[in-house]
Design a protein around this ligand. Structure first.
Ligand SMILES: C[C@H](OP(=O)(O)OC[C@@H](O)[C@@H](O)[C@@H](O)Cn1c2nc(=O)[nH]c(=O)c-2cc2ccc(O)cc21)C(=O)N[C@@H](CCC(=O)N[C@@H](CCC(=O)O)C(=O)O)C(=O)O
Length: 144
């Protein structure tokens, strides 16, 4: 069941413009960042109830995805993290395919496996983690 509510574009112009290009092209344009694949995560605002969309690096294994709340190694989590914690039912668009997923934050060995997969796709994640004491969260998204 798709998330419903009023869509509020990100105030980060490059992010909202990438979402716009991604969605208006049916997932055929705006699907990369520095040559690497990107997905669009749709979440429900945990305070406003608005629909929020975040382009994120694509980390996938056997039909399961992971999203990494890195925000470039900033001291605080991206706010979409709090949306997912509050409302684990999310949507993920990968190219032309958009589906519902249930997100859960992973820890320990399971996180280590997904972190390795994430760094393989986007090595900068490892660098981001060295920039902050914050443990960069990873969610695994399983088909809802
Ligand atoms: C700027 C802020 O965005 P954010 O949710 O913190 O997310 C910041 C970034 O993570 C987000 O822009 C990502 O898309 C950036 N980004 C990546 N960010 C990552 O964290 N990981 C990635 O792998 C990643 C890849 C990526 C690739 C391409 C690209 O263009 C951007 C990429 C934002 O949207 N703030 C809104 C509020 C958004 C919101 O969700 N509000 C909630 C309340 C949230 C709360 O305060 O609890 C609500 O509506 O209820 C505002 O200030 O009005």
């Amino acid at each position: 069941m798709p998330l419903t509510g009023e869509y509020e574009p990100s105030p980060f112009d490059w992010a909202s413009q990438q979402v716009e290009k991604y969605e208006s092209s049916g997932g055929t344009e705006g699907t990369e960042h520095e040559g690497k694949p990107v997905i669009v995560l749709t979440t429900k605002g945990n305070k406003s109830g608005k629909i929020r969309k975040s382009p994120l690096m694509r980390v996938e294994h056997d039909g399961t995805y992971a999203v990494v709340a890195s925000l470039g190694g900033a001291p605080k989590h991206p706010v979409w993290y709090h949306n997912v914690v509050a409302n684990p039912l999310v949507e993920l668009q990968d190219g032309p395919v958009r589906k519902d997923y249930t997100a859960r934050e992973v820890t320990g060995d399971e996180k280590a496996v997904w972190w390795e997969r994430a760094v393989e796709v986007w090595p900068a994640y490892a660098e981001y983690q060295t920039k902050t004491d914050r443990q960069i969260p990873v969610f695994v998204l399983e088909p809802a």
